[in-house]
Ligand binder design. Structure first.
Ligand code: C2E
Ligand code: CA
Ligand code: CA
Length: 320
């Protein structure tokens, strides 16, 4: 059994019971998010963050989510063939009150206040809709939160959405982080088994950043590892990042899992990763996340470029 604790001290953190409980609760969430297994005392710097999260919570509760939420898509590229094999759907929220809010900010709040299942439903419907316009060889990767996997009704609704869409489930990958599964492993396992039974595949996101990565690879029906971008960022400077990436690539090969490296920003990183045996990459080097309307032109451009490349290879071979 592990425990995380949040505390608030009388006078400094508040003068009424309600204020103190609210601040202790906020400190508890801070502990769970950043200092698991320890205790956090509500401090002055938490006040600003709590206000901001309060504003996000208020706006989320009053939002017309179907209208204000949208998705952008980032290509995952097979560097050997120089082809996009899938797009990862990334949520965007345009709040009339707060402007553009990043998912790093609003997803955790939606999780905390119990709105995440509703958000995920809306986003999944939009993603499946966008995907209908893509060629059949292009897949979709979609991020799930813990509560999407552990609540049986939410899993049921997701399964129904996927089935009703008519999209071939083998084109669909679901991404979950390992931290998302720590709290309720048995429920997560059951939820993932139901989703996988549809024929979708499962990627372990931000791989290498949690503290029990290997246990999850072993006990979950995982198909793909996504190596976290913190390793890619350290790739050129730190020998350790290189060694970690090489080990994860070896691990994925011996377990017969696919592997994607995230956050590739430079040609040097891509070349080094390719030399290490990495095939699928994602990052600003290939493309930033784009609006659904941009995908058609992007894929057509890629088609032209790849066939030009094939022609050059062909004529070079003929010349030899
Ligand atoms: P993630 O799943 O790890 O997504 C990758 C993040 O890295 C995205 O940020 C993407 O824009 C960014 N990124 C991609 N390539 C590069 C690069 O080359 N360099 C750098 N520096 N960054 C790169 P974004 O869109 O802000 O999303 C942040 C996080 O929010 C995601 O991290 C994911 O955990 C969460 N998220 C986004 N959309 C959803 C969603 O629909 N549902 C859920 N549950 N979470 C989501
Ligand atoms: Ca992801
Ligand atoms: Ca990631």
């Amino acid at each position: 059994i592990g425990a995380s604790i949040g505390c608030a001290r009388y006078v400094e953190a508040g003068t009424t019971a309600a204020q103190l409980v609210e601040r202790a609760d906020f400190a508890l969430y801070e502990a769970k998010a950043h200092h698991r297994g320890t205790w956090v005392m509500f401090a002055h710097e938490h006040e600003t963050r709590m206000r901001l999260q309060g504003a996000i919570e208020h706006a989320l509760r009053h939002a017309d989510l179907a209208a204000e939420l949208s998705l952008v898509f980032q290509p995952m590229v097979d560097v050997g063939q120089q082809r996009t094999v899938a797009f990862e759907a990334l949520a965007r929220w345009h709040s009339p009150e707060l402007g553009l809010v990043s998912p790093d900010r609003f997803i955790p709040v939606a999780e905390r206040v119990g709105l995440i299942n509703e958000l995920t439903q809306i986003l999944m419907a939009k993603a499946l809709h966008a995907m209908a316009a893509w060629p059949a060889h292009v897949g979709l990767s979609f991020n799930l939160s813990m509560a999407d996997i552990t609540a049986p009704e939410a899993v049921g609704r997701l399964c129904a959405l996927i089935e009703a869409s008519g999209v071939d489930p083998s084109r669909l990958q679901l991404e979950a982080t390992e931290t998302a599964m720590i709290d309720d492993f048995a429920q997560a396992q059951a939820g993932l088994a139901r989703l996988k039974a549809l024929g979708v595949s499962l990627s372990l996101d931000d791989f290498g950043t949690g503290y029990s990565s290997l246990a999850y690879v072993h006990r979950l029906p995982v198909d793909k590892l996504k190596i976290d971008r913190s390793f890619t960022q350290g790739l050129m400077e730190h020998d350790s990042a290189r060694k970690i990436i090489r080990s994860i690539l070896e691990l994925s090969r011996s377990l017969k899992l696919d592997c994607v490296v995230e956050g590739v920003e430079t040609h040097e990183q891509a070349a080094l990763l390719q030399a290490l045996g990495c095939r699928t990459m994602q990052g600003y080097l290939f493309h930033r996340p784009m609006a659904p309307e941009a995908i058609g032109p992007y894929l057509r451009r890629e088609d032209v470029e790849t066939s030009a490349l094939d022609d050059t290879r062909f004529s070079r071979r003929r010349a030899q």
